[in-house]
Design a protein around this ligand. Structure first.
Ligand SMILES: [Fe+2]
Length: 492
């Protein structure tokens, strides 16, 4: 934490922040009209047409000259029709953002993914489709999971194709320039409508691995650097566990079977989950060259949403970082209170703790808990599946509003943690590693990510030096408006 630096940034940005409050529109205007708390901008509807490309203003620092590319992000961004509110945060329609950065300039744009759910609910101006936390209207027929697809969780770029990801249905293909929706992605004719998780794993050379989860059967996608499906196989994980994310080393896929079990999968899906800690956390390790070559290991019961990445030591020990909870969070009604503008610190009895899992060549896994609270763990894309130093997290908590306060970076090699606390006025989201030009190690990379400036009612994109986050941001661009909190992104 670096209070003086934070206060310096606040002071230095004072003039532009004051101006921004005056010109903000859309979300902040409607939030104020409804007398919602300022942080509710994170859970307010985005404009139905999204956001046309608009330059962001450099309000702090000097942008790195080698930072060139686009930050794509996805997240739920429609939560209410009149006085009717979404019943779970995970069921809002997906809004795809692009923040294009080049020559020190940043330009933001965004479009909703035009799913059937989105089209019909917008036309009717009411909620219709069943979902993760939504029962749905009986008039809304459902033939396949894609009829309920919210396309709201993450994005993947493969061979120049931008995909909007959900977890229980197809990915949606998007135009990476205009963000217009092309339609559901079919990897192979016989896999039409097959689930495609929102957490694909991309090898440093661009090959993509992902899972299709349906009860206790899990499909494995292997996608080549040309975007074509190379292989699809099936494994059995024994029980219908909630699988939102998983992890991968150079040689193995590691499927974490957490004891949060749902045998019914009827809407609202979340109501069918049962926490069964007696099973512990079981992990299936699958050989990437031969899916039938498998072994199991186990650890004490933990719930999780997100892993960092795995690597293997020379003796075959697999290690990976993950944010672990002792019990499930975001179950029935997850986020529904925040969507209504209500928040109580006691809603969050459980915090994710950065944990290193060590799986020996034989026997049970060991959990090494760091005590660092955080979510959305990210690693340098050059070292996915490989040994590395750093993991970045959205960390910290406020006692005045939901969301993270701090960007934290833990170094597994040195054991050191560096952090920058933005304070109560900014909500920190997922930051992504972007390799520095010519850099060889993950210590030579930038961290790029969004924050929600709730005091000014606007959005900001921040850049940090990954090895020195405690020095504060390298630069900050600011939009003239806000947009809701999202989940995940990719840098392309
Ligand atoms: Fe996720």
């Amino acid at each position: 934490m670096d209070l003086s630096r934070r206060h310096f940034i606040e002071a230095g940005m004072g003039a532009s922040l004051a101006g921004a409050v005056g010109v903000s529109f859309g979300l902040s205007a409607s939030a104020k009209a409804n007398s919602m708390p300022a942080w509710h901008l994170g859970y307010a509807n985005a404009p139905a047409g999204g956001f046309d490309p608009a330059p962001m203003k450099l309000v702090f620092g000097t942008p790195p000259s080698d930072l060139k590319g686009s930050l794509y992000r996805n997240g739920p961004a429609h939560f209410s029709y009149g006085d009717e509110y979404a019943s779970h945060w995970f069921d809002g329609d997906g809004l795809i953002h692009r923040i294009a950065i080049e020559d020190g300039q940043a330009v933001h744009q965004a479009r909703f993914v035009e799913t059937r759910k989105r089209r019909e609910e917008q036309a009717a101006q009411t909620f219709l489709a069943p979902g993760f936390g939504t029962l749905g209207d009986e008039s809304y027929y459902v033939e396949s999971a894609d009829d309920t697809n919210a396309a709201n969780t993450s994005v993947l770029m493969v061979d120049g194709e931008l995909l909007a990801l959900w977890e229980a249905g197809s990915a949606f293909s998007m135009n990476p320039e205009t963000l217009e929706t092309k339609g559901p992605k079919t990897w192979r004719d016989d896999l039409k409508g097959m689930p495609f998780l929102a957490h694909p794993k991309v090898e440093p050379d661009g090959r993509v691995w992902n899972l299709a989860v349906g009860g206790s059967r899990v499909g494995i996608y292997r996608i080549g650097t040309n975007g074509a499906l190379e292989d699809f196989g099936l494994v059995n994980i024994g029980r219908a566990a909630y699988i939102h994310d998983w992890t991968m080393s150079e040689r193995h896929l590691i499927i974490l079977v957490q004891p949060w079990i749902n045998e019914s999968l009827r809407p609202p899906v979340v109501a069918g989950f049962e926490w069964q800690p007696q099973h512990g956390l079981q992990m299936l390790i699958v050989d990437k060259d031969d899916f039938s070559n498998q072994r199991w290991t186990q650890a004490p019961a933990r719930m999780f949403f997100h892993t960092g990445s795995a690597w293997e030591e020379s003796d075959g020990t697999i290690k990976f970082d993950v944010s672990f909870y002792k019990e499930p969070i975001l179950g029935v009604g997850g986020g529904a209170a925040e969507i209504r503008g209500e928040w109580d610190q006691s809603y969050f009895s459980e915090e994710g703790v950065l944990t290193l899992v060590e799986i020996p060549p034989q026997g049970d896994a060991k959990l090494i808990e760091t005590g660092i609270i955080g979510e959305f763990p990210q690693v340098d894309p050059r070292f996915r599946g490989k040994s590395r130093n750093l993991v970045a997290l959205a960390s910290g908590a406020s006692n005045t509003r939901p969301g993270s306060t701090t960007l934290a970076v833990h170094n597994w090699t040195s054991g050191e943690t560096k952090a920058f606390d933005f304070g109560d006025n900014r909500i920190v989201e997922e930051f992504l590693f972007v390799p520095k030009s010519g850099g060889q190690s993950d210590l030579e990379s930038w961290l790029v990510g969004p924050v929600l400036n709730i005091k000014a009612g606007v959005r900001e994109i921040c850049v940090f030096d990954a090895a020195h986050v405690d020095d504060g941001p390298v630069c900050i661009w600011q939009a003239e408006y806000s947009w809701p909190l999202g989940f995940h992104g990719t840098w392309a």
